[in-house]
Write a protein that binds this ligand. Structure first.
Ligand SMILES: CCCCCCCCC/C=C/C(=O)SCCNC(=O)CCNC(=O)[C@H](O)C(C)(C)COP(=O)(O)OP(=O)(O)OC[C@H]1O[C@@H](n2cnc3c(N)ncnc32)[C@H](O)[C@@H]1OP(=O)(O)O
Ligand SMILES: NC(=O)C1=CN([C@@H]2O[C@H](COP(=O)(O)OP(=O)(O)OC[C@H]3O[C@@H](n4cnc5c(N)ncnc54)[C@H](OP(=O)(O)O)[C@@H]3O)[C@@H](O)[C@H]2O)C=CC1
Length: 269
């Protein structure tokens, strides 16, 4: 258990904090003493999530598409006005869809690269310039995915998340002079709202998929938020530039649940 004052008076931004994993990260941060800002694209569910989270502490929200630099700058301005600083950035916003590489068109490829790679970089750059570099203090945790051995069935996200992992290694070195730590959390398959977005044949595979995970279960959102809290906390003060796989050792197991075969069985382009 973390002490309830672990993040006391720290200001934490969680992208995609309206749902699933991001919501749990925001809730935990509030319960550990932080002031939290959540952002995502859809204003109405964002507001609703902020209302729920306000039970646990001080929470602000602002609609922001991480692919849009102007919207990110407006978010930074709001945070500066309300809080004057930012201590932790959790890049959780993202998503993709299952597809076989040969059927993925430019638009679909670009949509996922823009979201998961470009959007994450824009957010890191803007928040570092607005807060972390001038403060000479900052902490970034990037949620990536289990793409250790490639990502059959989701080539776009595998490439994007590998890019974020490499950004993390680069900035752990470039920005060490600014006392900025940056790490990744790589979730395996997590029981969250995100899984509902997968087509039924993929969901039908999930029970079978658990057998291929050494710990024989999917993770839950708390497994991820615990890892994020650890990496963002002083307990991890000598850790930067790493990826922490929170996946029941799934990344050591090459069999991606036979997913390409499942996709071939229902994809009919
Ligand atoms: C297999 C292994 C499983 C493995 C099993 C499970 C592994 C779990 C690991 C990971 C789990 C998670 O991440 S769970 C989290 C999942 N959550 C999400 O994915 C939610 C957020 N997702 C999104 O917002 C979207 O998927 C994303 C594409 C990234 C962004 O969308 P945009 O709004 O930018 O773009 P859109 O307008 O929707 O789409 C742009 C184009 O992308 C393509 N496109 C978009 N959605 C598409 C779809 N469902 N199927 C085909 N193509 C699609 C089309 O070409 C679209 O153009 P048109 O044709 O012209 O429209
Ligand atoms: N669940 C799982 O098994 C795994 C999840 N992940 C990753 O973890 C993260 C959270 O996933 P999870 O909670 O399960 O899924 P959700 O779909 O519930 O969460 C995705 C969140 O990101 C937001 N978002 C997406 N695109 C953008 C954007 N361009 N700008 C701002 N916000 C955006 C969404 O809000 P809105 O639509 O309103 O913008 C939503 O709140 C995602 O990056 C996901 O890919 C990685 C591995 C496994």
């Amino acid at each position: 258990m973390f002490q309830s004052n672990t993040f006391k008076d720290q200001v934490v931004l969680v992208t995609g904090g309206r749902s699933g994993i991001g919501f749990q990260i925001a809730k935990d941060m509030l319960q550990l003493g932080a002031k939290v800002i959540i952002c995502s694209r859809k204003e109405a569910p964002l507001k609703e999530a902020a209302e729920k989270l306000s039970e646990f502490g001080v929470v602000d929200y602002q609609a922001c598409d991480i692919r849009n630099t102007e919207e990110i700058q407006a978010l930074a301005a709001m945070i500066k006005e309300k809080h004057g600083r930012l201590d932790v950035l959790v890049n959780n916003a993202g998503g993709q869809f299952p597809v076989l590489a040969e059927y993925l068109n430019d638009k679909g490829w670009n949509a996922v690269i823009n979201n998961n790679l470009n959007g994450t970089f824009y957010m890191i750059r803007e928040m570092a310039n607005a807060f972390f570099i001038p403060q000479k203090q900052g902490n970034i945790v990037n949620i990536i995915a289990d793409m250790h051995r490639g990502f059959p069935g989701m080539i776009h996200t595998g490439a994007a998340r590998a890019g974020v992992e490499n950004i993390t290694k680069t900035l752990a070195q470039e920005w060490s002079d600014f006392n900025i730590r940056i790490n990744c959390v790589a979730p395996g398959i997590i029981e969250s709202s995100g899984l509902d977005t997968y087509p039924q044949p993929v969901q039908d595979m999930f029970a079978e998929a658990k057998k291929a995970i050494p710990l024989k279960r999917f993770g839950d959102v708390k497994d991820i938020s615990n890892a994020v809290a650890f990496l963002a906390s002083p307990l991890a003060s000598y850790i930067t530039g790493i990826s922490l796989y929170v996946d029941g050792a799934q990344h050591l197991n090459y069999d991606k649940m036979g997913m390409p075969n499942v996709l071939k069985s229902f994809l009919n382009p």
